[in-house]
Design a protein around this ligand. Structure first.
Ligand SMILES: *Cc1c(COP(=O)(O)O)cnc(C)c1O
Length: 580
Protein backbone atom coordinates (compact mmCIF):
# COMPACT_ATOMS: atom_id res chain seq x y z
CA UNK A 1 0.00 0.00 0.00
CA UNK A 2 1.37 3.38 -0.94
CA UNK A 3 0.98 5.26 2.30
CA UNK A 4 3.95 7.53 2.28
CA UNK A 5 3.00 10.01 -0.35
CA UNK A 6 1.45 12.78 1.69
CA UNK A 7 3.03 11.82 4.96
CA UNK A 8 5.97 13.08 6.91
CA UNK A 9 6.64 16.53 5.60
CA UNK A 10 10.40 17.06 5.44
CA UNK A 11 11.92 19.05 8.25
CA UNK A 12 12.38 22.68 7.36
CA UNK A 13 15.69 24.30 8.05
CA UNK A 14 15.73 25.65 11.51
CA UNK A 15 16.52 29.12 10.33
CA UNK A 16 15.88 31.02 13.51
CA UNK A 17 17.97 29.35 16.16
CA UNK A 18 16.88 31.73 18.95
CA UNK A 19 13.29 30.74 18.48
CA UNK A 20 14.36 27.15 18.55
CA UNK A 21 16.41 27.47 21.74
CA UNK A 22 13.58 29.22 23.47
CA UNK A 23 11.06 26.74 22.14
CA UNK A 24 12.55 23.75 23.91
CA UNK A 25 14.59 25.62 26.49
CA UNK A 26 17.55 23.67 25.21
CA UNK A 27 20.10 24.90 27.69
CA UNK A 28 18.03 23.56 30.51
CA UNK A 29 17.19 20.43 28.63
CA UNK A 30 20.65 19.44 27.46
CA UNK A 31 21.80 19.22 31.05
CA UNK A 32 19.23 16.53 31.63
CA UNK A 33 18.71 14.83 28.30
CA UNK A 34 21.46 13.85 25.91
CA UNK A 35 22.06 11.45 23.11
CA UNK A 36 23.38 8.84 25.54
CA UNK A 37 20.73 9.68 28.11
CA UNK A 38 17.57 10.18 26.08
CA UNK A 39 13.92 10.68 26.88
CA UNK A 40 12.54 7.14 26.64
CA UNK A 41 8.95 6.38 25.71
CA UNK A 42 7.50 2.91 26.30
CA UNK A 43 4.43 1.70 24.50
CA UNK A 44 2.82 -1.62 23.67
CA UNK A 45 0.87 0.08 20.92
CA UNK A 46 2.46 2.19 18.19
CA UNK A 47 0.67 3.38 15.06
CA UNK A 48 3.11 4.33 12.34
CA UNK A 49 2.49 2.52 9.06
CA UNK A 50 5.37 4.35 7.35
CA UNK A 51 7.59 2.43 9.76
CA UNK A 52 5.75 -0.87 9.46
CA UNK A 53 3.72 -0.85 12.66
CA UNK A 54 -0.03 -0.63 12.72
CA UNK A 55 -1.53 0.11 16.12
CA UNK A 56 -5.11 -0.23 17.30
CA UNK A 57 -6.18 3.37 17.83
CA UNK A 58 -5.49 6.64 19.57
CA UNK A 59 -2.95 5.28 22.06
CA UNK A 60 -0.65 4.22 19.25
CA UNK A 61 -1.22 7.36 17.17
CA UNK A 62 -0.25 9.44 20.18
CA UNK A 63 3.00 7.47 20.57
CA UNK A 64 3.88 8.02 16.91
CA UNK A 65 3.08 11.72 17.15
CA UNK A 66 5.24 12.03 20.28
CA UNK A 67 8.20 10.61 18.39
CA UNK A 68 7.66 12.79 15.32
CA UNK A 69 7.31 15.93 17.42
CA UNK A 70 10.49 15.01 19.34
CA UNK A 71 12.28 14.65 16.01
CA UNK A 72 11.07 18.05 14.88
CA UNK A 73 12.09 19.63 18.19
CA UNK A 74 15.45 17.85 18.09
CA UNK A 75 14.89 16.15 21.44
CA UNK A 76 16.99 13.01 22.03
CA UNK A 77 14.15 10.51 22.22
CA UNK A 78 13.91 6.72 22.04
CA UNK A 79 10.61 4.97 21.57
CA UNK A 80 10.60 1.34 22.67
CA UNK A 81 7.85 -0.89 21.33
CA UNK A 82 7.30 -4.42 20.01
CA UNK A 83 7.45 -5.05 16.29
CA UNK A 84 4.51 -7.40 15.76
CA UNK A 85 5.05 -10.05 13.10
CA UNK A 86 1.46 -9.79 11.94
CA UNK A 87 -1.45 -7.37 11.88
CA UNK A 88 -5.22 -7.58 11.54
CA UNK A 89 -7.24 -6.15 8.66
CA UNK A 90 -10.99 -5.79 8.36
CA UNK A 91 -12.48 -7.32 5.20
CA UNK A 92 -15.96 -7.58 3.72
CA UNK A 93 -17.37 -11.10 3.83
CA UNK A 94 -20.78 -11.68 2.29
CA UNK A 95 -23.26 -9.91 4.57
CA UNK A 96 -20.79 -9.06 7.29
CA UNK A 97 -17.21 -8.07 8.07
CA UNK A 98 -14.42 -10.35 9.18
CA UNK A 99 -10.72 -10.31 9.92
CA UNK A 100 -7.69 -11.10 7.85
CA UNK A 101 -4.11 -11.41 9.10
CA UNK A 102 -1.19 -9.98 7.19
CA UNK A 103 2.47 -10.84 7.83
CA UNK A 104 4.78 -7.94 8.68
CA UNK A 105 8.49 -8.04 7.97
CA UNK A 106 10.68 -5.35 9.51
CA UNK A 107 13.21 -5.84 6.69
CA UNK A 108 10.81 -3.99 4.40
CA UNK A 109 11.07 -0.88 6.57
CA UNK A 110 14.80 -0.15 6.84
CA UNK A 111 15.31 -1.34 10.39
CA UNK A 112 18.78 -2.44 11.40
CA UNK A 113 19.10 -5.75 13.23
CA UNK A 114 21.21 -4.95 16.30
CA UNK A 115 21.49 -8.27 18.13
CA UNK A 116 19.36 -10.38 20.44
CA UNK A 117 18.41 -10.20 24.10
CA UNK A 118 16.87 -12.88 26.28
CA UNK A 119 14.09 -13.04 28.82
CA UNK A 120 12.94 -15.99 30.92
CA UNK A 121 9.38 -17.25 30.78
CA UNK A 122 7.86 -20.48 32.09
CA UNK A 123 11.26 -22.12 32.49
CA UNK A 124 12.35 -21.22 28.96
CA UNK A 125 14.85 -18.74 27.65
CA UNK A 126 13.11 -16.58 25.03
CA UNK A 127 15.22 -14.94 22.37
CA UNK A 128 14.09 -11.50 21.23
CA UNK A 129 15.64 -9.77 18.25
CA UNK A 130 16.47 -6.11 18.75
CA UNK A 131 15.98 -3.87 15.73
CA UNK A 132 16.34 -0.13 15.46
CA UNK A 133 15.74 2.73 13.12
CA UNK A 134 17.17 6.22 13.60
CA UNK A 135 15.18 9.24 12.56
CA UNK A 136 16.85 12.55 13.32
CA UNK A 137 17.35 12.93 17.05
CA UNK A 138 15.04 9.99 17.71
CA UNK A 139 15.06 6.24 17.30
CA UNK A 140 12.53 3.50 17.22
CA UNK A 141 13.91 0.56 19.17
CA UNK A 142 11.93 -2.65 18.79
CA UNK A 143 12.06 -6.13 20.15
CA UNK A 144 10.53 -8.82 18.01
CA UNK A 145 10.10 -12.56 17.61
CA UNK A 146 7.65 -14.64 15.56
CA UNK A 147 5.65 -15.73 18.62
CA UNK A 148 4.55 -12.19 19.47
CA UNK A 149 1.68 -12.53 17.02
CA UNK A 150 -0.40 -9.35 16.62
CA UNK A 151 -1.13 -6.42 18.95
CA UNK A 152 -3.77 -7.45 21.52
CA UNK A 153 -3.71 -11.01 20.19
CA UNK A 154 -5.24 -12.37 23.39
CA UNK A 155 -7.44 -10.95 26.14
CA UNK A 156 -5.98 -8.39 28.52
CA UNK A 157 -5.47 -10.72 31.52
CA UNK A 158 -4.15 -13.61 29.43
CA UNK A 159 -0.76 -15.32 29.57
CA UNK A 160 0.07 -14.14 26.08
CA UNK A 161 -0.62 -10.50 26.93
CA UNK A 162 1.54 -10.78 30.04
CA UNK A 163 4.25 -12.31 27.90
CA UNK A 164 4.08 -9.40 25.42
CA UNK A 165 4.24 -6.91 28.26
CA UNK A 166 7.11 -8.66 30.03
CA UNK A 167 8.98 -8.96 26.73
CA UNK A 168 8.60 -5.23 26.11
CA UNK A 169 9.60 -4.29 29.66
CA UNK A 170 12.53 -6.58 30.38
CA UNK A 171 13.50 -7.20 26.75
CA UNK A 172 13.17 -3.52 25.86
CA UNK A 173 15.23 -2.46 28.86
CA UNK A 174 17.96 -4.94 27.90
CA UNK A 175 17.78 -3.62 24.32
CA UNK A 176 18.31 -0.07 25.54
CA UNK A 177 21.46 -1.16 27.35
CA UNK A 178 22.55 -3.13 24.33
CA UNK A 179 22.62 0.03 22.24
CA UNK A 180 24.50 1.81 25.03
CA UNK A 181 21.75 4.07 26.38
CA UNK A 182 20.53 5.01 29.83
CA UNK A 183 17.13 6.61 30.22
CA UNK A 184 16.94 10.21 31.47
CA UNK A 185 13.26 9.55 32.03
CA UNK A 186 10.90 6.68 31.30
CA UNK A 187 7.46 7.63 30.10
CA UNK A 188 5.07 4.72 30.43
CA UNK A 189 2.26 4.93 27.88
CA UNK A 190 -0.31 3.10 30.01
CA UNK A 191 0.25 0.39 32.61
CA UNK A 192 1.05 -2.33 30.08
CA UNK A 193 4.60 -0.91 30.06
CA UNK A 194 5.08 -1.13 33.84
CA UNK A 195 7.72 -3.87 33.51
CA UNK A 196 10.20 -1.45 31.93
CA UNK A 197 10.30 0.58 35.15
CA UNK A 198 10.46 -2.63 37.16
CA UNK A 199 13.46 -3.77 35.09
CA UNK A 200 15.20 -0.52 35.92
CA UNK A 201 14.46 -0.81 39.63
CA UNK A 202 15.80 -4.35 39.63
CA UNK A 203 18.96 -3.31 37.82
CA UNK A 204 19.68 -0.51 40.30
CA UNK A 205 19.24 -2.80 43.31
CA UNK A 206 21.24 -5.52 41.65
CA UNK A 207 24.06 -3.04 41.07
CA UNK A 208 24.28 -2.46 44.80
CA UNK A 209 21.90 0.41 45.45
CA UNK A 210 19.79 0.16 48.58
CA UNK A 211 16.21 -0.87 47.72
CA UNK A 212 14.60 2.31 49.05
CA UNK A 213 17.13 4.54 47.38
CA UNK A 214 16.60 2.67 44.11
CA UNK A 215 12.84 3.03 44.49
CA UNK A 216 13.10 6.78 45.12
CA UNK A 217 15.39 7.15 42.11
CA UNK A 218 13.15 5.11 39.81
CA UNK A 219 10.05 6.94 40.99
CA UNK A 220 11.56 10.36 40.32
CA UNK A 221 12.43 9.41 36.76
CA UNK A 222 9.25 7.62 35.75
CA UNK A 223 6.12 9.18 34.28
CA UNK A 224 2.95 7.13 34.08
CA UNK A 225 0.53 8.42 31.43
CA UNK A 226 -2.99 7.20 32.04
CA UNK A 227 -5.61 6.99 29.28
CA UNK A 228 -8.25 5.00 31.15
CA UNK A 229 -10.95 6.38 33.38
CA UNK A 230 -11.84 3.57 35.69
CA UNK A 231 -9.29 1.47 37.54
CA UNK A 232 -11.82 -1.31 38.09
CA UNK A 233 -12.14 -1.80 34.32
CA UNK A 234 -8.51 -2.90 34.11
CA UNK A 235 -7.77 -6.62 33.82
CA UNK A 236 -6.03 -8.44 36.66
CA UNK A 237 -3.21 -10.93 36.62
CA UNK A 238 -2.83 -13.86 39.01
CA UNK A 239 0.19 -14.39 41.27
CA UNK A 240 0.76 -17.71 39.57
CA UNK A 241 1.10 -15.94 36.19
CA UNK A 242 3.70 -13.61 37.71
CA UNK A 243 5.62 -16.60 39.05
CA UNK A 244 5.93 -17.97 35.54
CA UNK A 245 6.51 -14.77 33.53
CA UNK A 246 7.80 -12.02 35.80
CA UNK A 247 9.77 -13.39 38.75
CA UNK A 248 12.29 -15.35 36.63
CA UNK A 249 13.39 -12.00 35.17
CA UNK A 250 14.02 -10.33 38.52
CA UNK A 251 17.42 -10.71 40.14
CA UNK A 252 16.75 -8.84 43.37
CA UNK A 253 14.96 -10.60 46.20
CA UNK A 254 13.86 -7.26 47.65
CA UNK A 255 12.22 -6.25 44.36
CA UNK A 256 10.47 -9.61 44.10
CA UNK A 257 9.17 -9.30 47.62
CA UNK A 258 7.99 -5.71 47.05
CA UNK A 259 6.14 -6.81 43.94
CA UNK A 260 4.49 -9.91 45.36
CA UNK A 261 3.37 -8.02 48.49
CA UNK A 262 1.13 -5.91 46.25
CA UNK A 263 -1.16 -8.83 45.39
CA UNK A 264 -4.55 -8.97 47.10
CA UNK A 265 -6.16 -12.40 47.25
CA UNK A 266 -3.66 -13.54 44.64
CA UNK A 267 -4.72 -10.86 42.11
CA UNK A 268 -3.03 -7.68 40.91
CA UNK A 269 -3.86 -4.77 38.62
CA UNK A 270 -0.81 -3.22 37.00
CA UNK A 271 -2.08 0.29 37.82
CA UNK A 272 -1.56 -0.50 41.53
CA UNK A 273 2.18 -1.01 41.06
CA UNK A 274 2.58 1.54 38.28
CA UNK A 275 1.27 4.26 40.61
CA UNK A 276 3.84 3.09 43.18
CA UNK A 277 6.81 3.10 40.82
CA UNK A 278 6.02 6.42 39.07
CA UNK A 279 5.99 9.67 40.99
CA UNK A 280 5.05 11.61 37.86
CA UNK A 281 1.55 10.86 36.62
CA UNK A 282 -0.40 12.45 33.82
CA UNK A 283 -3.82 12.27 32.24
CA UNK A 284 -4.52 13.13 28.61
CA UNK A 285 -7.01 16.03 28.86
CA UNK A 286 -8.14 18.43 31.55
CA UNK A 287 -11.44 16.66 32.04
CA UNK A 288 -9.86 13.22 32.06
CA UNK A 289 -7.16 14.17 34.58
CA UNK A 290 -9.90 15.48 36.85
CA UNK A 291 -12.30 12.56 36.67
CA UNK A 292 -9.94 9.57 36.33
CA UNK A 293 -10.74 7.59 39.43
CA UNK A 294 -7.62 5.83 40.67
CA UNK A 295 -6.56 4.93 44.19
CA UNK A 296 -3.09 4.13 45.43
CA UNK A 297 -2.35 1.25 47.82
CA UNK A 298 -3.21 3.48 50.79
CA UNK A 299 -6.64 4.17 49.26
CA UNK A 300 -5.83 7.81 48.46
CA UNK A 301 -7.17 9.28 45.23
CA UNK A 302 -4.33 9.63 42.69
CA UNK A 303 -3.74 13.09 41.22
CA UNK A 304 -2.97 13.28 37.53
CA UNK A 305 -1.33 16.24 35.86
CA UNK A 306 -3.38 17.25 32.81
CA UNK A 307 -1.33 17.22 29.60
CA UNK A 308 -3.79 17.15 26.75
CA UNK A 309 -2.86 15.04 23.75
CA UNK A 310 -1.83 16.97 20.68
CA UNK A 311 -1.02 15.82 17.17
CA UNK A 312 1.95 16.30 14.89
CA UNK A 313 0.44 18.92 12.61
CA UNK A 314 3.19 18.34 10.06
CA UNK A 315 1.95 14.78 9.72
CA UNK A 316 -1.78 15.31 9.85
CA UNK A 317 -2.52 18.59 8.10
CA UNK A 318 -2.87 18.67 4.31
CA UNK A 319 0.35 20.10 2.80
CA UNK A 320 -1.26 23.18 1.24
CA UNK A 321 -3.15 24.02 4.40
CA UNK A 322 0.02 23.66 6.44
CA UNK A 323 1.92 25.91 4.06
CA UNK A 324 -0.86 28.43 4.35
CA UNK A 325 -0.69 28.36 8.18
CA UNK A 326 3.06 28.85 8.05
CA UNK A 327 2.97 31.66 5.49
CA UNK A 328 0.27 33.58 7.33
CA UNK A 329 2.14 33.23 10.61
CA UNK A 330 -0.61 31.17 12.21
CA UNK A 331 1.76 28.41 13.37
CA UNK A 332 5.52 28.47 13.94
CA UNK A 333 8.22 26.10 12.81
CA UNK A 334 7.51 23.76 15.71
CA UNK A 335 3.83 23.55 14.83
CA UNK A 336 2.65 25.73 17.70
CA UNK A 337 0.32 28.70 17.30
CA UNK A 338 2.35 31.91 17.10
CA UNK A 339 2.05 34.64 19.74
CA UNK A 340 -0.37 36.59 17.54
CA UNK A 341 -2.04 33.70 15.75
CA UNK A 342 -5.45 35.17 16.59
CA UNK A 343 -4.72 38.17 14.44
CA UNK A 344 -3.10 36.06 11.73
CA UNK A 345 -6.28 33.98 11.55
CA UNK A 346 -8.08 37.02 10.21
CA UNK A 347 -6.27 36.39 6.94
CA UNK A 348 -8.28 33.22 6.60
CA UNK A 349 -11.02 34.03 4.09
CA UNK A 350 -13.87 31.89 2.84
CA UNK A 351 -12.25 31.78 -0.61
CA UNK A 352 -9.06 30.44 0.92
CA UNK A 353 -10.96 27.89 3.03
CA UNK A 354 -12.86 26.61 0.00
CA UNK A 355 -9.69 26.52 -2.05
CA UNK A 356 -7.81 24.55 0.61
CA UNK A 357 -10.76 22.20 1.08
CA UNK A 358 -10.82 21.49 -2.66
CA UNK A 359 -7.18 20.48 -2.46
CA UNK A 360 -7.94 18.34 0.58
CA UNK A 361 -10.72 16.70 -1.40
CA UNK A 362 -8.30 15.74 -4.16
CA UNK A 363 -6.17 13.98 -1.53
CA UNK A 364 -9.29 12.23 -0.21
CA UNK A 365 -10.32 11.06 -3.69
CA UNK A 366 -6.93 9.57 -4.31
CA UNK A 367 -6.99 7.66 -1.02
CA UNK A 368 -10.60 6.54 -1.50
CA UNK A 369 -9.51 4.59 -4.57
CA UNK A 370 -8.30 1.92 -2.12
CA UNK A 371 -11.35 1.84 0.16
CA UNK A 372 -14.55 0.62 -1.52
CA UNK A 373 -17.78 1.18 0.42
CA UNK A 374 -20.21 -1.49 1.66
CA UNK A 375 -21.59 -1.91 -1.87
CA UNK A 376 -18.17 -2.35 -3.39
CA UNK A 377 -18.30 1.15 -4.90
CA UNK A 378 -15.21 3.33 -5.19
CA UNK A 379 -16.34 6.78 -4.11
CA UNK A 380 -15.17 9.97 -5.77
CA UNK A 381 -16.42 13.39 -4.73
CA UNK A 382 -16.63 16.73 -6.48
CA UNK A 383 -15.72 20.04 -4.88
CA UNK A 384 -19.41 20.86 -4.51
CA UNK A 385 -20.34 17.74 -2.55
CA UNK A 386 -21.00 18.04 1.15
CA UNK A 387 -19.51 15.25 3.28
CA UNK A 388 -19.95 14.43 6.95
CA UNK A 389 -17.55 11.94 8.44
CA UNK A 390 -17.46 9.74 11.50
CA UNK A 391 -14.19 7.83 11.81
CA UNK A 392 -13.07 6.05 14.94
CA UNK A 393 -12.88 2.63 16.52
CA UNK A 394 -16.31 1.01 16.52
CA UNK A 395 -16.76 0.82 20.30
CA UNK A 396 -19.93 1.49 22.23
CA UNK A 397 -19.02 4.63 24.18
CA UNK A 398 -18.14 6.45 20.94
CA UNK A 399 -21.68 5.78 19.67
CA UNK A 400 -21.05 5.30 15.93
CA UNK A 401 -24.68 4.21 15.52
CA UNK A 402 -26.22 7.30 17.11
CA UNK A 403 -26.96 9.28 13.89
CA UNK A 404 -28.90 6.24 12.63
CA UNK A 405 -31.26 6.14 15.59
CA UNK A 406 -33.90 7.87 13.44
CA UNK A 407 -33.13 7.33 9.78
CA UNK A 408 -36.11 9.36 8.62
CA UNK A 409 -34.73 12.45 10.34
CA UNK A 410 -31.21 11.67 9.19
CA UNK A 411 -32.48 11.60 5.62
CA UNK A 412 -34.24 14.93 6.16
CA UNK A 413 -30.94 16.46 7.23
CA UNK A 414 -28.90 15.09 4.33
CA UNK A 415 -31.30 15.09 1.37
CA UNK A 416 -31.99 18.80 0.81
CA UNK A 417 -28.25 19.39 0.30
CA UNK A 418 -27.58 16.02 -1.37
CA UNK A 419 -25.08 15.45 1.45
CA UNK A 420 -23.04 12.29 2.03
CA UNK A 421 -22.15 10.58 5.29
CA UNK A 422 -18.99 8.50 5.57
CA UNK A 423 -18.68 6.06 8.45
CA UNK A 424 -15.54 4.09 9.16
CA UNK A 425 -14.04 2.25 12.11
CA UNK A 426 -13.01 -1.28 12.92
CA UNK A 427 -14.92 -3.45 15.35
CA UNK A 428 -12.63 -4.86 18.02
CA UNK A 429 -11.94 -8.62 17.62
CA UNK A 430 -14.54 -10.54 19.54
CA UNK A 431 -16.83 -7.56 20.19
CA UNK A 432 -19.96 -9.39 19.04
CA UNK A 433 -22.24 -6.68 20.40
CA UNK A 434 -20.71 -3.96 18.23
CA UNK A 435 -20.51 -6.36 15.29
CA UNK A 436 -24.29 -6.64 15.65
CA UNK A 437 -24.64 -2.86 15.90
CA UNK A 438 -22.67 -2.42 12.66
CA UNK A 439 -24.87 -4.96 10.86
CA UNK A 440 -27.99 -3.18 12.10
CA UNK A 441 -26.73 0.18 10.85
CA UNK A 442 -25.91 -1.32 7.45
CA UNK A 443 -29.35 -2.95 7.27
CA UNK A 444 -31.07 0.34 8.10
CA UNK A 445 -29.11 2.18 5.42
CA UNK A 446 -30.01 -0.47 2.85
CA UNK A 447 -33.76 -0.06 3.45
CA UNK A 448 -33.76 3.62 2.45
CA UNK A 449 -33.11 4.54 -1.17
CA UNK A 450 -31.57 7.94 -0.39
CA UNK A 451 -29.32 6.68 2.40
CA UNK A 452 -28.29 3.63 0.36
CA UNK A 453 -26.57 5.94 -2.11
CA UNK A 454 -25.33 8.58 0.34
CA UNK A 455 -24.21 6.78 3.50
CA UNK A 456 -20.98 4.86 3.03
CA UNK A 457 -19.27 2.46 5.37
CA UNK A 458 -15.57 2.03 4.61
CA UNK A 459 -13.79 -1.05 5.93
CA UNK A 460 -10.31 -1.33 7.41
CA UNK A 461 -10.04 2.18 8.87
CA UNK A 462 -6.41 3.16 9.33
CA UNK A 463 -4.21 6.26 9.52
CA UNK A 464 -4.18 6.81 5.79
CA UNK A 465 -7.96 6.90 5.63
CA UNK A 466 -8.03 9.08 8.75
CA UNK A 467 -5.76 11.56 7.01
CA UNK A 468 -7.76 11.55 3.77
CA UNK A 469 -11.09 12.07 5.50
CA UNK A 470 -9.77 14.84 7.73
CA UNK A 471 -8.44 16.69 4.69
CA UNK A 472 -11.39 16.17 2.40
CA UNK A 473 -14.64 16.27 4.41
CA UNK A 474 -16.70 19.26 5.53
CA UNK A 475 -18.00 18.34 8.95
CA UNK A 476 -16.66 15.82 11.47
CA UNK A 477 -18.90 14.09 13.98
CA UNK A 478 -17.63 13.00 17.41
CA UNK A 479 -20.19 11.65 19.89
CA UNK A 480 -18.62 10.02 22.92
CA UNK A 481 -20.90 9.63 25.92
CA UNK A 482 -19.81 12.58 28.04
CA UNK A 483 -17.27 11.51 30.63
CA UNK A 484 -15.99 8.47 28.76
CA UNK A 485 -13.53 9.83 26.18
CA UNK A 486 -10.08 10.39 27.68
CA UNK A 487 -9.05 12.84 24.95
CA UNK A 488 -9.57 11.71 21.37
CA UNK A 489 -7.31 13.05 18.65
CA UNK A 490 -9.19 12.45 15.40
CA UNK A 491 -11.26 15.59 16.03
CA UNK A 492 -7.97 17.51 16.31
CA UNK A 493 -6.97 16.35 12.82
CA UNK A 494 -10.38 17.55 11.60
CA UNK A 495 -10.19 20.98 13.19
CA UNK A 496 -6.69 21.54 11.82
CA UNK A 497 -7.91 20.52 8.35
CA UNK A 498 -10.80 22.99 8.27
CA UNK A 499 -13.74 20.75 9.05
CA UNK A 500 -16.62 22.04 11.13
CA UNK A 501 -16.55 20.04 14.37
CA UNK A 502 -19.81 18.62 15.67
CA UNK A 503 -19.12 17.04 19.05
CA UNK A 504 -20.28 16.27 22.53
CA UNK A 505 -18.32 18.27 25.09
CA UNK A 506 -15.94 15.54 26.19
CA UNK A 507 -12.27 14.57 26.28
CA UNK A 508 -9.89 17.18 24.90
CA UNK A 509 -12.79 19.02 23.23
CA UNK A 510 -13.83 20.10 26.73
CA UNK A 511 -10.43 21.71 27.40
CA UNK A 512 -11.88 24.97 26.09
CA UNK A 513 -15.28 26.62 26.15
CA UNK A 514 -18.04 24.74 24.29
CA UNK A 515 -18.66 27.82 22.11
CA UNK A 516 -15.69 26.86 19.91
CA UNK A 517 -17.40 23.86 18.32
CA UNK A 518 -20.96 22.83 17.39
CA UNK A 519 -21.88 21.32 20.69
CA UNK A 520 -24.17 18.29 20.90
CA UNK A 521 -25.95 18.12 24.24
CA UNK A 522 -29.18 17.15 25.94
CA UNK A 523 -30.59 15.88 29.21
CA UNK A 524 -31.43 12.52 27.67
CA UNK A 525 -30.78 10.60 24.48
CA UNK A 526 -33.76 12.05 22.57
CA UNK A 527 -32.63 15.59 23.28
CA UNK A 528 -29.07 14.78 22.35
CA UNK A 529 -30.23 13.22 19.10
CA UNK A 530 -32.33 16.27 18.23
CA UNK A 531 -29.31 18.42 19.03
CA UNK A 532 -27.11 16.30 16.75
CA UNK A 533 -29.48 16.63 13.77
CA UNK A 534 -29.80 20.38 14.39
CA UNK A 535 -26.02 20.74 14.47
CA UNK A 536 -25.68 18.79 11.22
CA UNK A 537 -28.12 21.20 9.57
CA UNK A 538 -26.14 24.09 10.98
CA UNK A 539 -22.88 22.71 9.56
CA UNK A 540 -24.46 22.62 6.11
CA UNK A 541 -25.65 26.23 6.49
CA UNK A 542 -22.20 27.33 7.62
CA UNK A 543 -20.60 25.99 4.46
CA UNK A 544 -23.32 27.67 2.39
CA UNK A 545 -22.46 31.11 3.74
CA UNK A 546 -19.10 32.83 3.19
CA UNK A 547 -19.57 34.97 6.26
CA UNK A 548 -20.44 32.07 8.56
CA UNK A 549 -17.70 29.87 7.18
CA UNK A 550 -15.05 32.51 7.84
CA UNK A 551 -16.35 33.26 11.29
CA UNK A 552 -16.69 29.64 12.41
CA UNK A 553 -13.30 28.53 11.07
CA UNK A 554 -11.48 31.47 12.64
CA UNK A 555 -13.17 30.86 15.98
CA UNK A 556 -12.65 27.12 15.89
CA UNK A 557 -8.96 27.43 15.08
CA UNK A 558 -8.54 30.17 17.64
CA UNK A 559 -10.02 27.98 20.36
CA UNK A 560 -8.40 24.69 19.43
CA UNK A 561 -5.03 25.29 17.72
CA UNK A 562 -3.15 25.53 21.03
CA UNK A 563 -4.57 22.17 22.08
CA UNK A 564 -4.06 20.53 18.70
CA UNK A 565 -0.34 21.37 18.72
CA UNK A 566 1.83 18.34 19.49
CA UNK A 567 4.77 20.66 20.16
CA UNK A 568 2.74 22.30 22.92
CA UNK A 569 2.16 18.82 24.37
CA UNK A 570 5.85 17.93 24.21
CA UNK A 571 6.78 21.20 25.85
CA UNK A 572 4.35 20.49 28.68
CA UNK A 573 5.83 17.03 29.20
CA UNK A 574 9.36 18.46 29.29
CA UNK A 575 8.34 21.16 31.76
CA UNK A 576 6.61 18.61 33.97
CA UNK A 577 9.44 16.08 33.92
CA UNK A 578 12.30 18.59 34.15
CA UNK A 579 10.99 21.53 36.17
CA UNK A 580 13.12 24.67 36.21
C1 LIG B 1 -6.21 9.65 14.92
C2 LIG B 1 -6.53 8.21 14.89
C3 LIG B 1 -7.15 7.60 15.99
C4 LIG B 1 -7.54 8.36 17.23
O1 LIG B 1 -8.91 8.22 17.37
P1 LIG B 1 -9.77 8.85 18.53
O2 LIG B 1 -11.02 8.08 18.46
O3 LIG B 1 -9.96 10.28 18.23
O4 LIG B 1 -9.02 8.63 19.79
C5 LIG B 1 -7.45 6.25 15.91
N1 LIG B 1 -7.16 5.52 14.82
C6 LIG B 1 -6.56 6.08 13.75
C7 LIG B 1 -6.26 5.22 12.58
C8 LIG B 1 -6.22 7.43 13.75
O5 LIG B 1 -5.61 7.95 12.68
Amino acid sequence: MDSGRYFSQPLENIEDIDVFEEAVDRKKLTRRVSEERPYTYWTLEYYDQDNGIRGGGGLGVLAADMRRVAERMNVPFVLITPFYPREVHQVRRKETYGELYAECDYRNFDYRLVDSVFIKCCGNLCKLDVIEKRLGSTRILCITEPGFRELYADASGSDHRLYQEVALGFGGYAALKLVGLRPAVMQLNEVATFFAALARLDELVNNGMDFYEAMVYTRKHTLYTNHTLVQAAEAEFGAEQFERFVLPNLKSRAVRKWLMDKFTDGRLRLSTVTIEIAELRSGVSKLHARVANYRDVAGEKVKFKAITNGIDVYRWVAPQTLTFYRECGIIDIMGRPTADYGEALNKLTSDEIRHLKAQGRAILNEILADYPDQNGVILQFTEGDFIFDFKRRFVDYKRPEMPFADIRRLREVLEPRGAHYILTGRVHSGDTRMMGVLSEVLDKIATDDYLRAHVHYLADYDERLAFGLSCGCNAAINLPIVGLEACGTSWEKDVANLQVLISTNDGGVADVDAKYHLDVRGVDFDEELASLYARMREAIQIWDSDFDLEYVMREQLYGFLPIVSGARMMQEYLDYIFPA
